[in-house]
Design a protein around this ligand. Structure first.
Ligand SMILES: CC(=O)SCCNC(=O)CCNC(=O)[C@H](O)C(C)(C)COP(=O)(O)OP(=O)(O)OC[C@H]1O[C@@H](n2cnc3c(N)ncnc32)[C@H](O)[C@@H]1OP(=O)(O)O
Ligand SMILES: O=C(O)CCC(=O)C(=O)O
Length: 389
């Protein structure tokens, strides 16, 4: 039997995640998030950007002081000044970033491809001499010439880097294009390849999983997909996707994901949407009558992802779309029996109530409506067809 493929997640909640507009973690929050990430089993944490100055360096040092059992990495531009700043952070890994596209090389740095390669040749050994393990961050790789990317990989490997990150910085890839890009680079280079996706088209997770299928050994993620603009690939989606799709083993304890998401959401002041995949409040909650009736008999009928995998369970609520089976189930849980003659009247009352409150009908209210429905039938035996339908 062959061992499952190991997929390494680089969590950049504390770096790219914090680049979300208005998000600013305190040192205590950074330390607590890092501890929770380590506890959950991510392999790497990109802790911050030393070039931001003393306070950021202190925060990175505080995280390093935890000595969590994960690789801690600082994000740097590929410059001597950034590298100097990283030296006082106490982390063993640096990601030295340099644009890959001609557009960014020329518009941001005023240099061409040859100078970019020369910087890699100069800076990677300098960082190695400073005692770091070095990854090269290929910013805007998705808009770069593939031939240049291959020269970058070759140059980075020769210079002693252990990995090349391919960043879809502006979030323009789809899964097919991602698989081509990553597959070509994996075939062309012995360097480990990391994919770093952005969610501008809502495709960051899909692209990251396509990258894994195409051979990427590492994926950048953030909790809840926090990050620049529309964000990054969400840790919880990629970790569960890797497991559910049988792509490999990420090492992440899936039941830890909900608590982690809640912690980061609080610190970021960004509430989790009820329908957010994996960690949203309602993603295992069912209201529709047809679904609930089937689920009560056999969970597989409407279950693509077993909630037990992430330490959750199905929840049934009563609302506008409920059917009689759901009502009977909720009432039975309270020791009440739903008389088949009363059921259509109760259903009509439930729909009316759900529309009026624009929400669900809690069990206490359902019990009250049951009494109303029974009273109605007592007053008018033979249910009113208009009410019942
Ligand atoms: C796609 C990404 O997520 S990249 C990461 C983005 N992260 C951040 O920006 C982190 C937060 N940033 C900051 O705190 C600040 O921008 C700092 C401290 C990094 C730099 O601040 P400043 O010195 O005031 O520069 P400023 O932000 O105005 O401009 C960015 C500079 O970085 C340069 N730069 C950008 N990428 C690179 C690179 N890979 N290598 C070298 N220089 C780079 C730009 O050319 C620009 O240089 P200039 O000041 O000579 O014009
Ligand atoms: O160069 C890198 O390390 C990637 C930076 C980044 O966050 C991005 O390009 O989206």
């Amino acid at each position: 039997m062959t061992a499952a493929r190991r997929i390494h997640l680089n969590d950049t909640t504390l770096r790219d995640g914090e680049q979300s507009p208005g998000v600013a973690f305190s040192v205590a929050e950074k330390v607590a998030i890092a501890a929770a990430l380590a506890e959950a089993g991510v392999d790497e944490i990109e802790v911050g950007t030393p070039a931001m100055g003393a306070a950021e360096i202190e925060a990175i040092r505080a995280v390093a002081g935890l000595a969590p059992p994960v690789r801690l990495m600082a994000w740097c531009r590929m410059t001597e000044a950034d590298l100097r700043a990283a030296r006082s952070c106490g982390v063993p890994f640096v990601n030295l970033s340099i644009p890959m596209s001609d557009l960014q090389l020329s518009a941001k740095l005023g240099i061409g491809r040859e100078e970019a390669l020369a910087r890699i040749r100069r800076m990677v050994p300098m960082a190695l001499d400073a005692g770091f393990a070095v990854a090269v961050g290929g910013e805007d790789a998705s808009r770069a010439d593939p031939d240049h990317l291959k020269r970058v990989a070759e140059t980075a490997a020769m210079a002693g880097a252990f990995r090349l990150r391919l960043a879809d910085t502006v979030g323009i890839l789809d899964p097919f294009a991602t698989a081509r890009l990553v597959g070509d680079m994996v075939a062309a280079s012995d360097l480990a390849i990391e994919f770093h996706g952005h969610d501008d088209l809502g495709l960051a997770t899909a692209n990251s999983l396509a990258a894994v299928r195409a051979g990427a050994s590492h994926v950048s993620v953030t909790v809840c997909g926090l990050g620049e603009r529309a964000g990054n690939a969400a840790l919880e989606e990629v970790a569960v996707g890797v497991a559910r799709l049988g792509l490999g083993v990420s090492g992440v304890a899936l039941p830890a994901l909900t608590g982690l998401a809640e912690r980061v959401a609080r610190a970021a002041r960004r509430p989790i949407a009820a329908g957010k995949a994996i960690v949203g409040r309602d993603v295992f909650t069912h209201e529709s009558g047809i679904h609930v009736a089937a689920l009560l008999g056999a969970r597989e009928t409407y279950q693509g992802l077993d909630p037990a995998l992430i330490g959750r369970d199905h929840r049934f609520v009563v609302g506008k779309h409920s059917g009689q089976a759901a009502l009977a189930h909720v009432l039975a849980e309270r020791g009440l029996t739903l008389d088949p003659a009363v059921a259509p009247v109760l259903l009509a009352l439930v729909r009316h109530r759900a529309e009026a409150v624009k929400g669900t009908v809690p069990p206490d209210d359902l019990e009250r409506l049951l009494v109303e429905a029974a009273d109605f039938l007592d007053r008018e035996p033979g249910p009113d067809a208009r009410l019942a339908h």
